[in-house]
Design a protein around this ligand. Structure first.
Ligand SMILES: [Mn+2]
Length: 309
């Protein structure tokens, strides 16, 4: 079935095929790797964040793990429930909100190969995208974000490195050349954040939403902070500086918490998955956010990065 899609695109136009993927996590990067494999390298990769692609007027042949652009796409492959309303922007799509990762959809849909190392890396990517990860994988995700912010053109190189050494562990992810050199560049600014996140992670807050204010520190550290604090409260919300004075916020919830991540995100115009979502808010929304949480019967604990815990 999927090979039909490859043939369909090849019949429609000549290579190289333009690929737009999510540049902020393993799923986006490795999905791009798999498309590179499916089209035998005849691709040009670009990376964006969801809030960028949603409003971009450019068009792409293949869009992965993102809301399709206003300019449209020939093929969309994605698993984000909240992008379902934008399917009309794609000529053809493989869209399944139940899929554990976009990488799995790309693998099943486009890749005509049974290299067990690739298959294992797809399974690993699905686990990571569900939020099951170790400390090194969380650090990798933070470093991917740093690259995305500072030199995103290098992500294409990273996606090829991952294809050469299909990752199965956080250790594998940290050892690819682009990532280990980024770690050397960022160690000094990351280490204080890591220490603080470790202390925050030892809190044990019941029925509480922990709001972690990371503003003033590098926003790319968020995935690592979320990992270190994952057991400290039912819901975690991070605040980092966004563009034009906006606040970028990531939300994580536990299955049995009173409020889910997606409920909070939707309430403030964001999206994502049930227990992992994101939103862009303003300073003036922070009070509304806290009120919403309290009205729904949960407590709020605000931690400002660097402050004593
Ligand atoms: Mn994904």
């Amino acid at each position: 079935m999927g090979l039909d899609l490859v043939g369909w695109l090849q019949g429609l136009k000549d290579p190289p095929y333009t690929v737009l993927s999510h540049g902020e996590d393993l799923d986006g990067i490795f999905s791009a790797s798999l498309v590179h494999l499916a089209f035998l390298g005849q691709v040009e990769m670009k990376f964006m964040a969801p809030d960028e692609s949603k409003i971009s007027s450019k068009s792409y042949d293949i869009t992965l793990d993102l809301p399709p652009t206003k300019g449209g796409t020939l093929i969309l492959i994605d698993h984000h429930d909240s992008n379902g309303e934008l399917l009309a922007r794609a000529k053809k799509h493989i869209f399944d909100p139940k899929a554990p990762s976009t990488a799995e959809l790309v693998f099943k849909g486009l890749v005509d190969e049974c290299d067990p190392r690739i298959e294992a890396a797809v399974r690993f990517t699905s686990e990571v995208d569900r939020g099951v990860m170790d400390e090194k994988t969380a650090l990798f995700t933070s470093l991917v974000r740093r690259i995305f912010r500072m030199r995103r053109e290098r992500l294409a190189k990273l996606s090829l490195e991952l294809l050469k050494n299909p990752p199965r562990t956080g250790e594998d992810l940290m050892s690819v050349p682009t990532i280990s050199s980024e770690w050397n560049l960022s160690k000094k600014e990351m280490e204080p954040v890591m220490l603080w996140a470790g202390k925050l992670g030892r809190l044990d807050l019941k029925n509480t939403v922990l709001i972690i204010d990371v503003r003033g520190f590098p926003g790319y550290s968020t995935p690592y902070i979320l990992y270190k604090t994952k057991d400290s409260a039912d819901v975690l919300i991070t605040l980092t500086e966004g563009k034009n004075g906006c606040i970028r916020s990531s939300i994580r919830s536990k299955d049995d918490s009173l409020i889910s991540a997606i409920e909070i995100a939707r309430r403030f115009g964001g999206g994502g998955h049930r227990n992992a979502a994101g939103m862009l808010i303003n300073e003036s929304d922070l009070e509304r956010l806290q009120r919403f949480i309290v009205e729904r019967g949960m407590r709020v604990y605000v931690a400002k990065i660097g402050s004593s815990i």
